[in-house]
Design a protein around this ligand. Structure first.
Ligand SMILES: [Zn+2]
Length: 232
């Protein structure tokens, strides 16, 4: 493990995550609604998407978003090391933080952000596998994506599970990345979200921040599970 690589990854993650709040605030809208054109709290019109720091001058500094970006990217830098996979997962981490923030705010994983995550991961990893003369790795990634889609698709069909189609789509993309990394990463990435979400739901219930019927976002657990899978 190179301390410089970890530091550079963490700094990249923190710097890129600083741009997440404005985009997240604009995209955290109900399904079928256009992106927010003004601040939901103070109605200040939004003229741009690219803004580092708070989503709006009325909001506080995005400390947790930046910390999450730094931790996730630093962990991946430490676990993956100087490999092509790191160049692919670092930009993906920023989209992951964006998806997690939007899901926490409005219980949605917008298709266009999940599609962007697929766009920055699937083609580069496919090319990397073929260039390295490892087509088997590409096959494993595709099988893992299919397994992930099937497993989460079945859970989403069960009554009272709380999983949406957005979760299934995200799990499919994450399954591809985990499959590229290997079967142990895939298994951990598939199982960990359930182990993460259970205690979080219990903690929210115990602190009365959520009731029995409160819908909880599953995207953050899926992303944290994938992070864990890639880090083992
Ligand atoms: Zn505002």
């Amino acid at each position: 493990m190179s301390p410089w690589l970890v530091l550079c990854s963490a700094v990249f993650g923190a710097a890129a995550a600083a741009f997440v709040p404005r985009v997240a605030h604009r995209l955290a809208v109900p399904r079928g609604t256009p992106a927010r054109a003004a601040c939901a709290r103070c109605d200040t019109p939004f003229t741009d998407w690219v803004r580092a720091g708070a989503a709006c001058s009325c909001a506080g500094a995005p400390v947790w978003t930046v910390v999450a970006g730094a931790l996730a990217a630093g962990l991946l830098g430490a676990a993956i090391g100087p490999a092509p996979l790191l160049l692919v997962v670092l930009p993906a981490t920023v989209l992951g933080v964006l998806l997690a923030v939007i899901d926490i705010w409005c219980l949605r994983l917008p298709d266009r952000v999940v599609a962007a995550l697929a766009g920055v991961t699937v083609p580069p990893l496919a090319v990397a596998a073929l260039l390295a003369g490892e087509p088997g790795r590409l096959g494993r990634a595709a099988v893992a994506a299919g397994l992930s889609a099937a497993a989460y698709g079945i859970i989403a069909l069960l009554p009272g599970h709380g999983l949406g189609l957005g979760d299934v789509k995200l799990a499919t993309v994450l399954g591809f990345v985990l499959g590229f990394a290997g079967w142990p990463a895939t298994a951990a990435g598939l199982l960990a979200p359930h182990l993460i979400n259970g205690p979080v739901a219990l903690a929210l219930l115990a602190s009365r921040r959520a009731g029995r019927r409160t819908a909880l976002p599953f995207g953050p657990a899926l992303l944290a599970g994938a992070l864990l899978g890639l880090s083992i």
